[in-house]
Design a protein around this ligand. Structure first.
Ligand SMILES: Nc1nc2c(ncn2[C@@H]2O[C@H](COP(=O)(O)OP(=O)(O)O)[C@@H](O)[C@H]2O)c(=O)[nH]1
Ligand SMILES: [Mg+2]
Length: 225
């Protein structure tokens, strides 16, 4: 059992991969998953890990506020002009799946304002287990769950757990306290996902985001190729 190990997987690449001037646009990666699983913490840790070598921007989706954007600003993970908040109203999944116009506008504004960018991270508003991103908005998606949400979540499946390009099982540091069985979660995830990768993370340490950062780097290499 290799907890925290990720396998290489081909990058999902959408059709409109170039800017109007013919250069390659930024790779867009969506982060979805239930409220509180650690999406914002993952975005913050990825920015810290990757920002020295890559030009990064972030779009956050909150229901009525811009709390996630404010958290990222307060923690200075990126300069303020690289962070945009979208307020989604009552249905956060709609803004990433059905009517993606506000998110597309945010992504394109960022490319115009601070580009050229290598990577844009789009965090969904916290939602249930069924929310996935439109392929018209992101090139690849990460689904973040956590061990405290119950170790039966991988077994229960749903489109996020089953089809996301990377499944992150976060807060492994809490497993002993909440009685979650990581081996079982890994086996269940494998059963649901086949060869799609799974990363076990704990973001209480600076290097905890390592497996996710490695996966993002692999996606970027495939995107550039
Ligand atoms: N113990 C522990 N707490 C974490 C971890 N990752 C995030 N958290 C905490 O979980 C809470 C929710 O995280 P957040 O990133 O805001 O979740 P989001 O709603 O998915 O964006 C925050 O208080 C984080 O500090 C982790 O790996 N371990
Ligand atoms: Mg968040």
């Amino acid at each position: 059992m290799h907890l925290g190990h990720t396998h290489d997987a081909p990058a999902a690449v959408s059709a409109d991969a170039t800017r109007p001037d013919g250069t390659r646009r930024a790779l867009r990666i969506g982060l979805g998953g239930p409220v509180g699983s650690g999406k914002t913490a993952t975005v913050a840790a990825l920015c810290r890990e990757l920002r020295d070598r890559l030009s990064i921007a972030v779009v956050t989706n909150d229901i009525y506020t811009r709390e996630d954007a404010d958290f990222l600003l307060k923690n200075a993970v990126l300069p303020p002009e690289r962070i945009q908040a979208v307020e989604t109203g009552a249905c956060p999944h709609t803004a990433i799946r059905d009517d993606i116009s506000a998110n597309l506008e945010a992504v394109e504004d960022l490319e115009d304002a601070v580009g050229p960018l290598d990577l844009i991270l789009v965090e969904s508003g916290g939602d249930n287990l069924t929310a996935t991103f439109s392929k018209g908005l992101v090139d690849a998606q990460i689904f973040v769950i956590d061990v405290a949400g119950g170790d039966d979540i991988p077994r229960k499946g749903g489109p996020g757990v089953t089809t996301a390009d990377l499944l992150v099982v976060n807060k492994t540091d809490l497993a002993p306290y909440v009685g979650s069985d990581l081996e079982r979660m890994a086996l269940d995830a494998k059963k649901q996902r086949g060869d799609l990768p799974v990363a076990f993370t704990s973001l209480t340490s600076a290097e905890g985001v390592g497996p996710v950062a490695d996966w993002v780097r692999a996606q970027l290499a495939a995107w550039a190729a």
